[in-house]
Design a protein around this ligand. Structure first.
Ligand SMILES: Nc1nc2c(ncn2[C@@H]2O[C@H](COP(=O)(O)OP(=O)(O)O)[C@@H](O)[C@H]2O)c(=O)[nH]1
Ligand SMILES: [Mg+2]
Ligand SMILES: [Zn+2]
Length: 298
């Protein structure tokens, strides 16, 4: 029987099958195979053998179409830390206010998606706290380079139906810094979820980390969504500096046009990227993000 892993914890996997959700462990022989990355993660399609009602074993993991991963902290790119398999869409959430909008964080998430070859769309939340003009101006650098964006408010309901229309028949991941309203959005989309929504701590304006574990939620329309842990986990992702430029999709037409083949577009002469920034073809905000990431800054 084929199923999809919805949740994984301490060697147990909850697999959605035609017979309902089955609690599984891995077959011994799967565990013995040396792996470059996790053997099974949420989103994986697996073959399940039923052992007793509601219990089974994962006998095989199907080949993954896509993966959302980061490099394990400290290992400098040697071990892949896979978060979700078979992701079709990443919804990157940013708040327009409270916490204050920072392009750096958004660019970091977009970079991760670009690097994993995953489609990313941007949801800008808490539209009720800002003017429509501010929202539009904030998103302009992204719509201009082809990102689909949606401004929402879970308080007024603005934009929720649009985001909902993205979800059927695909696996989506909702990601973004803690406190931007991920759980609120998922609750608005599917009130049955009743995910916990915690107040943003006002002292530091740093969202609290309330979602502890990623899980895939079946929406009943062939769609699944995962509410992934926020910034602490995924923002540690480390991309080699030579590969950073590929994470910025608007750089692509200019790559290869610099005087030096190994140009990192920082202060080399005759740099095609820097001249595109100078004439406004590439946005200064995005270029600044690139430089910060190049310098290894948070
Ligand atoms: N003003 C405003 N606040 C929101 C909105 N959506 C969520 N919030 C608040 O933002 C805080 C964090 O929400 P939560 O869904 O827990 O964020 P998460 O950490 O990303 O899951 C809570 O206090 C919510 O009430 C919104 O559309 N407008
Ligand atoms: Mg949450
Ligand atoms: Zn250059």
């Amino acid at each position: 029987m084929v199923g999809r892993i919805l949740r994984a914890m301490s060697g147990f996997y909850w697999v959605e099958t035609a017979d309902g959700v089955i609690e599984c462990k891995l077959r011994g022989r799967l565990k013995r195979v040396e792996q470059q990355s996790e053997i099974a993660v949420i989103g994986d399609l697996v073959d399940v053998e039923i052992l007793s009602p509601g219990h089974g074993a994962i006998a095989a993991v199907h080949e993954r179409t896509t993966r959302l991963s980061r490099v394990a902290v400290g290992s400098r790119g040697h071990k892949e830390d896979l978060i979700v398999a078979n992701v079709d869409l990443v919804i990157v959430m940013v708040a327009l206010a409270n916490p204050e909008f920072h392009p750096r964080m958004l660019d970091r998430y977009l970079l991760i998606c670009q690097h994993n070859n995953l489609e990313a769309r941007i949801v800008a939340s808490k539209a009720d706290l800002v003017s429509a003009a501010f929202a539009e101006q904030t998103l302009a650098p992204y719509t201009r380079i082809g990102y689909i964006t949606q401004t929402i408010s879970t308080y007024t309901g603005q934009g929720i139906a649009e985001v909902q229309s993205w979800l059927p028949s695909r696996v989506s991941v909702v990601t973004g810094k803690s406190g931007v309203g991920k759980s609120s959005l998922l609750n608005a989309i599917n009130p049955d979820l009743a995910l916990s929504v915690k107040a943003v701590s006002t002292t530091l304006n740093k969202g609290r980390h309330t979602t502890t574990m990623a899980q895939l939620i079946p929406l009943g329309n062939g769609g699944y969504v995962a509410d992934t842990p926020g910034i602490r986990e995924i923002a540690m992702w480390n991309i080699p500096s030579a590969e950073l430029e590929y994470g910025f999709r608007e750089f692509e037409p200019f790559l290869g046009n610099c005087r030096f083949g190994n140009c990192v577009h920082q202060n080399e002469p005759d740099c095609a990227i820097r001249s595109a920034v100078a004439d406004g073809t590439i946005s200064q905000v995005r270029y600044d993000s690139y430089i910060r990431l190049l310098m290894g800054e948070e």
